[in-house]
Design a protein around this ligand. Structure first.
Ligand code: IMP
Length: 501
């Protein structure tokens, strides 16, 4: 006879935290959000630790090199999406590893024969006001000039005016020579009162920009996640099909950590993939696996050698797996059972394997709930898709700015490897949707605010670290009536925010 759970499975929204005694010491500035990223033996330090408990989802619409750099600055980690050609993914990984803090590759570039209208369109698309005018319109073409907001007045100028007619030409620009240090670049910025300094090579080709605001923000990032050579740490998604070719290319490009990206991790395919990575690199390259939603799945991947294990099936915002296939489990229940299995495994073997709650985080307090339920860190897709740095277009929909966000199981992503269960089958049906999410501005501002909320709640729970929260949190299930009571009610709101994360 089939096995039945006697209790229904629950989601984050059905739980609340109960405050515990907090002393004067329990204030947000005393909270540490450091958390292990990979397995560790009793008493030993893990090979990698996160400074905040956030990683970005292995998705085309979420984790490119820009998200990875922005998130590593905050102390979190991105897994560059694997549903792309091996060379392209490796290029993104090396872009993160070769990124020189403060030297930014230009993402707004234009040809001199394009028009003011093109500049305005580009500004909406990238959100940036500094545009490089290059001979071939690329980020590394010969630099002919720069356009910033000071060069045009849209209300007074014809939109068909050519860029070459109103740009600030190279002859009038202050530029830095390739090889200049960040400190020297900043001296020029201050001396000439610039907002940005283009850096060019001997041939006059654009290498990068240094922005005044970036120098200032560098000082604001005490949590940066860096390797021993002071480069940003970056992860990469892999699949169980082409790993023998993909993994070496990613490691060669500098990937620090890998994660198998699959909707169902309880499989022989995952075990083989983990064992390949372990053998090939003598256990030096960590690899995460998943997703699973119960103790059996956890024990299987733990024994297979996974360095962290992702929990969650069917809870993602763009996910329709539960509707199409009838598999999955309420995220809170899955997490609670897997955290218990993780603790038992630790008791039994002396090996602690971090677990990652993947998908379904809607409000910031869901992050705190996930940690309290035993997650060591959370993976988020929708959350990061909303920011300037995510790879997708910013578009105006009914007067509101949105970012595009699509699932890896949607036909748009064409990520067959994540869903086929063997053989060469193509995606037979969709498990994800193509959608919009409200644009929310820079990653930095949002992550700072979210982490501040997490810290404040941890203080209410009388805890200063994530392990303390996991150990001492008091949680309660709530009735549907009290969920209604939890929002503003019986009042008429003056201001309705579209984005309530
Ligand atoms: P979100 O943070 O709720 O948007 O969920 C993101 C997570 O959803 C990812 O990390 C994946 O585990 C999962 N996911 C991504 N694409 C799909 C899909 O197309 N179908 C089902 N799940 C998906």
């Amino acid at each position: 006879m089939a096995f039945y759970y006697t209790e229904p499975s629950h989601t984050f929204n059905e739980y609340l935290l109960i405050p515990r005694y907090s002393s004067k010491e329990h204030s947000p500035q005393n909270v540490s959000l450091r958390t292990p990223l990979v397995r560790m033996k009793n008493g030993e330090e893990p090979q990698f630790t996160l400074n905040i408990p956030l990683v970005s989802a292995i998705m085309q619409s979420v984790s490119n090199d820009k998200t990875a750099i922005a998130l590593a600055k905050e102390g979190g980690l991105s897994f560059i999406f694997g549903s792309q050609a091996i060379e392209k993914q490796a290029e993104m990984v090396s872009a993160v590893k070769n990124y020189k803090a403060g030297f930014v590759e230009s993402d707004s570039n234009i040809l001199p024969r394009q028009t003011l209208q093109d500049i305005l369109d580009l500004k909406i698309k990238t959100g940036h006001t500094t545009v490089a005018v290059t001979e071939d319109g690329s980020a590394h073409g010969k630099l002919l000039g720069v356009v910033t907001g000071r060069d045009y007045r849209p209300s007074r100028m014809d939109r068909s005016l050519l860029v070459s007619e109103f740009m600030t030409p190279i002859s009038k620009l202050t530029v830095g020579k390739e090889g200049i240090s960040l400190a020297e670049a900043n001296d020029l910025i201050w001396e000439y009162k610039l907002n940005s300094l283009p850096i060019v090579n001997e041939k006059g080709e654009l290498v990068a920009f240094v922005f005044r605001k970036d120098y200032e923000s560098k000082k604001e990032n005490p949590n940066e996640l860096l390797d021993e050579k002071k480069r940003y740490i970056v992860g990469a998604g892999i699949n169980t099909r082409d790993y023998k070719e993909r993994v070496p290319a990613l490691i060669e490009a500098g990937a620090d950590i890998l994660c198998i990206d699959s909707s169902d991790g309880f499989s022989e395919w995952q075990k083989e993939t983990i064992q390949f990575v372990k053998k090939q690199y003598n256990g030096r390259v960590p690899v995460g696996a998943g997703n699973i939603v119960d103790k059996d799945g956890f024990d299987f991947l733990a024994d297979a050698g996974a360095d962290f294990i992702k929990v969650g099936i069917g809870g993602g915002s763009i996910c329709i797996t539960r509707e199409t296939k009838g598999i999955g489990r309420g995220q809170a229940t899955a997490l609670i059972e897997v955290a218990k299995a993780r603790n038992e495994y630790y008791e039994r073997t002396g090996v602690y394997i971090p677990i990652c709650s993947d998908g379904g985080i809607v409000y910031d307090h869901h992050i705190t709930l996930a940690l309290a339920m035993g997650a060591d860190f959370c993976m988020l897709g929708r959350y990061f898709a909303r920011f300037d740095e995510s790879p997708t277009n910013k578009v105006l929909v009914n007067g509101t700015y949105m970012k595009e966000y699509w699932g890896e199981g949607s036909s748009r992503a064409r990520n067959w490897q994540r869903y086929d269960s063997g053989g060469d089958a193509k995606l037979a049906f969709e498990e994800g949707v193509d959608s919009y999410v409200p644009y929310a501005g820079p990653l930095h501002d949002n992550v700072q605010e979210s982490m501040h909320k997490v810290k404040a709640t941890m203080c209410n729970c009388g805890t200063l670290t994530i392990p303390e929260l996991q150990k001492h949190a008091k949680l309660t299930l709530v009735s549907s009536a009290s969920i209604t009571e939890g929002g503003a009610h019986d009042v008429i709101l003056k201001d309705i925010h579209a984005n309530r994360t």
